[in-house]
Design a binder for this molecule. Structure first.
Ligand code: FEO
Length: 394
């Protein structure tokens, strides 16, 4: 990605990672991602906001070399995670007089993770300002979007809010702005689901905090910028709200067809009732897509066979993941088929404590579903219909 001008003295200097396939070695990236960095050249000082993943440091430094006689006084580090901070040591090598400006918590993490010496830091407090001459930066602590040290930076004169992971999207593009594109929004939802959703309760206070600032552009550190900030702020407000959709997510896999037969009974019964059902076969499912549906599905069904005495490993994996990202799902159920016995239901129940979901049923089926099992699966569909009606979503 070459350098793009945003405003006079404000440039996008980050890089696209078009061909990155996985984030955190778990979330598929159908559209790649980007690590954004912004250069702000004031009349007296120059600041660089965040850097890029170490995998692309060279390309990033080439972007900076496009500025003749560039001097960087401040490297603003909004977040210590390495996809944004990992190139700071190299930047400090090249720009020897630069200081890292960040908050106390972020300083500690950067010293631990990147071995940056303490004398390289300038520590700022919440709402503290830094003058670059004709441009002024103000730092706003926004913890837990994504780590405890994350902060945003407000560029007063140009009304730009730099938010790092907050409002970011997994979307590599040559365009500067998202232009309210639905496909970028999906990239933002994929990002939110894995990275932000576990901290849903903190996001509300951070939205309130940034809302006091008069910004016209949100410039995150992943994906394009939002030139209609309301679009992404409203989407976030919706995702973090208690509202759920009339959706049942079925996370299943099947070894010999028994669990699949049970899933089909439930699927058909729910569809007949006008409930949206989204089944994912865990063998081939995109875990990021599952996470997107977990953002607001009302009900989730864990359905997989018992292997030896416990859940099929693909089932254990998705249960662990769903529990870790803390979706606001209201109801759950477990379905398992088994050969001779096992503890799958207990295992799942023991591993979904974060979900705060009411367990509607736990159905254990020996082999293929028989009439009594089919009745129970249909009864589960009836219960789901009832609770969705009570929620006012059906
Ligand atoms: Fe994009 Fe939490 O790093």
């Amino acid at each position: 990605m070459s350098v793009r001008k945003i405003k006079d003295g404000v440039y996008a200097v980050g890089v696209n990672h078009w061909d990155r396939k996985l984030f955190d070695e778990i979330i598929p990236l159908p559209n790649g991602t980007s690590y954004n960095s912004y250069l702000i050249i004031g009349s007296e000082h120059t600041a660089l906001i965040d850097t890029v993943d170490p995998a692309l440091t060279d390309e990033f430094l080439r972007n900076l070399q496009e500025f003749k006689d560039l001097r960087i006084d401040y490297v603003i580090s909004e977040h210590a995670e390495q996809d944004h901070s990992g190139s700071i040591p190299k930047v400090l090598e090249v720009f020897k007089d630069a200081k890292v400006v960040t908050n106390e918590k972020c300083k500690e993490l950067l010293m631990e993770h990147l071995l940056i010496p303490e004398d390289k830091f300038i520590v700022v407090k919440d709402y503290e300002k830094l003058s670059l001459g004709n441009k002024t930066l103000q730092f706003i602590l926004t913890p837990w979007v994504h780590w405890p040290e994350t902060m945003s930076t407000y560029l007063e004169e140009d009304k730009i809010l730099f938010t790092c992971d907050f409002f970011g999207s997994h979307y590599a593009t040559s365009e500067l702005y998202a232009e309210n594109s639905e496909i970028v929004l999906e990239g933002a939802k994929r990002y939110y689901a894995e990275i932000m959703m576990p901290f849903r309760n903190f996001i509300k206070s951070n939205i309130n905090k940034i809302s006091k600032f008069d910004f016209e552009i949100i410039a995150p550190s992943h994906g394009p910028m939002w030139n209609d900030p309301k679009f992404i702020v409203n989407a976030y407000s919706d995702w973090i709200s208690d509202k759920v959709s009339n959706t049942v997510l079925i996370l299943y896999t099947s070894m010999h067809g028994s669990t699949k037969a049970a899933v089909e009974v439930l699927y058909n019964a729910l569809v007949e009732k006008g409930i949206k059902v989204v089944p994912f076969n865990l063998v081939s499912a995109d875990i990021g897509e599952i996470a997107i549906f977990l953002v607001d599905a009302a009900t989730v069904i864990f359905a997989f066979p018992t292997v030896l005495t416990g859940p099929h490993p693909l089932g254990a994996n998705i249960t662990y993941f769903a529990n870790a990202i803390r979706p606001k799902v209201k109801y759950a159920a477990v379905i398992t088929s088994y050969g001779w016995g096992g503890m799958t239901v207990k295992w799942v129940k023991d591993h979904i404590g974060n979900l705060k979901a009411e367990l509607l049923d736990e159905i254990e089926i020996k082999g293929l579903p028989k009439d009594k099992d089919i009745e129970r699966l249909k009864a589960l569909a009836d219960k789901i219909e009832d609770v969705h009606k009570k929620l006012g979503i059906l």
